[in-house]
Design a binder for this molecule. Structure first.
Ligand SMILES: *Cc1c(COP(=O)(O)O)cnc(C)c1O
Length: 222
């Protein structure tokens, strides 16, 4: 099947209120252009170098979402390019984003990355760490960078019950943080969870944004 057929199939399988981030990492500009020409506008990349190489060659109305681990020394150059950073995984990183967004006068939408999977290799914050960040920054919501949601990855496993449980716990964390810190901030609205292998389960558990790569673009050669 072609990229366009794959894309249309995914789009047809998800409810209207769920947005689709087409994860184009490791795939060339030509592949992204195919999806773009079929109407896709939101694309996800996980490496700064790759994003800065591809972005200038592609249409300016693409909404780029950064989904990978971000180093603080890259924040300054990523802010002008991206629409959303899904992967805020430390307070120091968020501080750096606030500082740079202020300098660049940009409203930078950020998601806090939650650690839910069993793998220890995946980045992310605990509920406690999220609370520390939110209690500190939400009081001052004039910040140019703001928390618009949460992002998380489930364990890479065949155990559907485990995956469902993990997504359900993400949703619970989202509701808890919303109630406690962001009740009156309508910007805090996105729950970014679900990838090629598990997005139907994520949607069942309340995902509002899925990040799908290989199902659209094919396997990546690492
Ligand atoms: C690569 C990646 C995805 C997409 O993974 P697929 O399994 O190809 O759909 C989603 N989210 C993050 C954070 C990723 O790094």
């Amino acid at each position: 099947m072609s990229i366009v057929e794959n894309l249309n199939k995914v789009k047809k399988s998800i409810p209207k209120n769920v947005s689709l981030v087409a994860v184009s990492k490791f795939h060339p500009v030509e592949a992204i252009t195919e999806a773009y020409n079929a109407g896709q506008r939101i694309f996800g990349e996980s490496k700064m170098q790759e994003l800065t190489a591809k972005q200038p060659a592609l249409p300016k109305d693409i909404e780029w979402h950064f989904i990978g681990h971000l180093q603080r020394n890259k924040v300054k150059s990523i802010i002008p390019i991206v629409h959303t950073i899904h992967s805020v995984d430390s307070e120091r990183l968020f501080e750096e984003i606030i500082k740079e967004a202020e300098k660049q006068k940009k409203q930078m939408r950020c998601f806090l990355q939650i650690h839910i999977a069993q793998e220890t290799t995946k980045y992310g914050l605990t509920l406690n760490e999220c609370e520390n960040i939110l209690s500190k920054y939400v009081a001052n919501n004039n910040n140019s960078a703001y928390i618009g949601g949460l992002m998380g990855m489930a364990t890479n496993s065949d155990d559907e019950n485990l995956i469902k449980q993990e997504f359900a716990s993400m949703k619970k964390i989202f509701d808890t943080l919303k109630e406690k810190y962001l009740k009156n901030d309508s910007r805090f609205s996105e729950l970014s969870m679900g990838m090629s292998s598990d997005y139907p389960l994520a949607i069942e558990e309340g995902s509002t944004m899925i990040r799908v790569g290989s199902t659209i673009f094919g396997n990546r050669s690492y």
